[in-house]
Design a protein around this ligand. Structure first.
Ligand code: ZN
Ligand code: ZN
Ligand code: ZN
Length: 169
């Protein structure tokens, strides 16, 4: 398991082809190891999500496929592909936006907190182990067994905060 970056948000000038390449490589690896089929459609959906660090909705994925190939699969097929990718930890759903991002970290079963920048739209992940454990304990104290915990923080990334400082100086 890779440790997640200390600074979760990539520098805006970073070489993104390295990110998208590693997302697809990891997908091949994970699916091969689990005997899961990374079909052309599933791979395509992941490739479109991996094009940036902004979350996009299922219909945006469909629109991109349409403009690239002149034809897009039915929404149900896109949703099924997204379910598959989510189940294998390759994609995360941003519940508050009903949108998806490709996972840029190999965090295995460790749960991640999603950080959403409201200025640039970038979404990053932060290791959230202790936070989730604390919530699980609190919930258990109330006799509640959580099946799914989603933590999304909306705010401003370091780069956008810096830009704002510069422009207001
Ligand atoms: Zn990138
Ligand atoms: Zn992730
Ligand atoms: Zn930002």
């Amino acid at each position: 398991m890779h440790a997640m970056n200390k600074h979760a948000f990539p520098d805006p000038s970073h070489d993104h082809s390295a990110c998208s390449g590693s997302v697809l490589e990891r997908a091949e690896r994970v699916c091969a190891r689990r005997g899961a089929r990374l079909t052309a459609l599933r791979r395509d959906v992941l490739r479109h999500l991996a094009q940036g660090h902004q979350a996009i909705g299922a219909y945006e994925v469909m629109a991109r496929m349409q403009s690239e190939q002149g034809l897009a699969p039915a929404p149900i097929s896109i949703y099924r592909a997204l379910d598959f990718l989510q189940a294998h930890g390759l994609v995360h759903k941003i519940e508050s936006r009903n949108a998806y991002i490709a996972c840029n970290h190999g965090h295995a079963d460790e749960r991640a907190v999603l950080l959403i920048c409201e200025a640039c739209g970038m979404v990053a992940e932060m290791s959230g182990g202790p936070v989730f454990e604390a919530l699980d304990r609190q919930a258990a104290a109330h006799g509640f067994a959580p099946a799914r915990t989603v933590i999304e923080l909306a705010g401003r990334c370091g780069h956008c905060a810096q830009m704002q400082e510069v422009s207001s100086a």
